[in-house]
Design a protein around this ligand. Structure first.
Ligand code: ATP
Length: 317
């Protein structure tokens, strides 16, 4: 559904009379299959929105190629635009008009007759469980209702592919869960969904496959479970009472520690087998009279994948 090769975009911005060049996207290769929920995960400023906007024809790439929904992005952006839906980060709902009015207007913009536009709007309101509020001004909606209107607007022309830029940012847990259900329903209806997120749990729970982007480059990609399995072994999080540097020096040399990271109040150790490493860690610390506060065994998470690929935690970046 989406294939890109070497997609690039730089921005020039003026700062204190000097022109700075920001390489927002530095050669992105993607392959998104039809019917999947594909997640684009990365920290703030990683290049997610810029990539999305290029694929949705809103920003012109400097270099690279892409086929989006069967059309050539560089040669035929107008055709791509017809075939895709795009829902921006902040959303677009107007305060005074109602959801029904907005939906009818959008459908009319895509060339539908008045009667057909009304039918589509009613269907969309029903599908997104918005009928109850449909004739109230958008300014009276909750955050979750607004986001659902935004998505209903973005797909009113029934595209095969929709881009959602951070669809759940700012929503409370209940509205997020509701939005996940809506996104799954769209996929069940045959749509391909490409979304950006910086929530690890969202990428993990919702997406069939993900790509992790950092500083404009893809650093890892695949199915979340498979990516976590690639980080073989276990993760031990060791809480230390102020003895972190000494414990780090001690444990770094141990054969069973594959990798070691310093975290707040302790260490994160990558080991082959947590069950056998725990007593060894305890013995080593005890022998050096270092105070152990806590020790926890974790299965690798997507954050560990990010950490292994970039040396930083996505939670902290
Ligand atoms: N129009 C622009 N002019 C100058 N720099 C820009 C412009 N748009 C984006 N950038 C820069 O490009 C980089 C990538 O930005 P982008 O918005 O794509 O990141 P993002 O991953 O979507 O971040 P976020 O999660 O915060 O939305 C950032 O350093 C950003 O400041």
């Amino acid at each position: 559904m989406i294939v890109t090769k070497g997609l690039r975009k730089s921005f020039r911005s003026k700062r204190r009379r000097r022109t700075e060049v920001v390489e927002a996207v530095r050669g992105v290769d993607l392959d998104v299959a039809e019917g999947e929920i594909f997640g684009f995960l990365g920290p703030n400023g990683a290049g997610k929105t810029t990539t999305l906007q290029m694929l949705a024809t809103l920003v012109e790439p400097d270099d690279g190629e892409a086929t989006v929904a069967g059309a050539d992005l560089r040669k035929d952006p107008a055709e791509v635009r017809q075939r895709v839906g795009y829902v921006a980060q902040g959303g677009s709902t107007w305060d005074e008009s109602t959801a029904r009015e907005e939906l009818v207007l959008h459908a009319r913009m895509y060339g539908l007759s008045k009667a057909e536009a009304r039918r589509r709007a009613a269907d969309a309101l029903e599908a997104f469980e918005l009928t109850e509020y449909a004739d109230r001004p958008c300014k009276t909606y909750s955050g979750g209702q607004r986001r659902r209107v935004d998505i209903a607007l973005g797909i009113i022309h029934r595209p095969r592919l929709v881009f959602l830029d951070e669809p759940t940012t700012g929503l409370d847990p209940q509205s997020r869960a509701h939005m996940w259900e809506e996104i799954r329903r769209l996929r069940a209806d045959g749509m391909t969904i490409f979304l950006t997120t910086h929530y690890l749990d969202e990428a993990d729970a919702l997406c069939d496959r993900i790509a992790i982007i950092d500083h404009g480059e893809i650093v890892a990609g695949g199915a979340p479970d498979q990516m976590k399995r690639e980080i073989t072994g276990d993760v031990l999080v060791v809480g230390l009472n102020g003895a972190t540097p000494r414990a780090a020096a001690l444990l770094d040399g141990q054969a069973y520690v594959r990798k070691l990271e310093t975290i707040e109040d302790g260490l994160r150790l990558y080991v082959d087998d947590g069950a056998t490493a725990i007593p060894q860690v305890m013995r080593a610390l005890d022998g050096a009279r270092l105070d152990l506060d806590s020790i926890q065994l974790h299965r690798p998470s997507l954050d560990d994948v990010f950490l292994a690929k970039t040396g930083r935690s996505l939670r902290e970046s």
